[in-house]
Design a protein around this ligand. Structure first.
Ligand code: ADP
Ligand code: MG
Length: 262
């Protein structure tokens, strides 16, 4: 029995069936207790192995995505944000926009949940098997500019072009340097119709000319981004400030706060 057990463990290790190996005794017990047929028991073992492998893959991809925080769609209070169409977010969560290489724009003032939704959709996309990378616009542009001066622009562009979904957060909080706008344009055209992008911005699309400091480059960027795109404009108060107001830390605002107070 012991030699047979050791041999089995060795084979499971060699096959990298580590979940079955680690839970072997309890799995065998469970199969016995539930009086499973051999076929059913094998099914159970494979399910556990696949669950573990999926978990690992998601964990690894989430690490590679470099999200700034952990957020999911379940944690998003849609009732607090009536300007968002829940159905549209659910549709985005299917990942179809990634398969089609489309662009998603979340536009709106600070604190309304743009980054929350971007991270939540990024997480959902990973669960569906897509690779995701998150970067803030200033960090992304700084990385491209640095690579440019070091003669490694091509390498960096490939890096940012590779993930199936690239999330660019906080476009427009800082204006771009003239060179930076052109670098960003190169990235957008490289990804155009090949990879999806999700961009958040506190500026409306008509203001992007001043964000990029160059109307011609801004138009070229928008032309590509808006061609196949989902533009979601979020209105309303900062969620954080609203929560503070509700708990009495800040004075209430006129009609809106009175209407939401229960
Ligand atoms: P933005 O990126 O639009 O400035 P964030 O997504 O960073 O705003 O949101 C600010 C904080 O408020 C985050 O911690 C986020 O999770 C939370 N938040 C914003 N909107 C909602 C919402 N509708 N439901 C739950 N949490 C929210
Ligand atoms: Mg944000």
């Amino acid at each position: 029995m012991d030699a047979a057990h050791d041999h089995l463990v060795e084979m499971l290790s060699r096959l990298k069936l580590t979940a079955i190996r680690d839970q072997l005794d309890s799995l065998i017990d469970e199969a016995g207790r539930r009086e499973l047929t051999i076929r059913e028991a094998l099914g159970l073992f494979c399910e556990r192995e696949i669950a573990r492998k999926d978990e690992r893959r998601i964990e690894m991809s989430v690490g590679l995505a470099r999200f700034p925080f952990v957020r999911d769609l379940a944690g998003f209070d849609f009732a607090a944000q009536p300007s968002i169409d829940k159905g549209q977010i659910r549709e985005l969560a299917t990942g179809r926009f990634i398969a089609n290489g489309e662009a998603v724009l979340f536009l709106g003032p600070p604190g309304v949940g743009k980054t929350h939704l971007a991270v939540a959709l990024g997480h959902e996309s990973i669960r569906q098997g897509y690779s995701v990378l998150f970067a803030t616009a200033p960090a992304l542009v700084a990385a491209l500019a640095k690579a440019h001066t070091e003669g490694r622009l091509e390498e960096r562009l490939s890096f940012f072009a590779k993930p199936k979904l690239l999330i660019v957060d906080e476009l427009g909080y800082l204006p771009f340097e003239p060179d930076a706008a052109h670098l960003f344009y190169q990235l957008v055209s490289r990804r155009y119709e090949r990879g999806a992008m999700l961009i958040t911005s506190n500026r409306s699309v008509v203001e992007w000319g001043s964000v990029f400091g160059d109307a011609v480059v801004a138009t070229a960027i928008l032309d590509r981004l808006l061609h196949h795109s989902h533009v979601i404009t979020i209105r309303g108060d900062s969620y954080r400030l609203r929560e503070k107001r509700r708990s009495g830390l800040l004075p209430k605002q006129g009609g809106e706060a009175a209407a939401t107070a229960s």
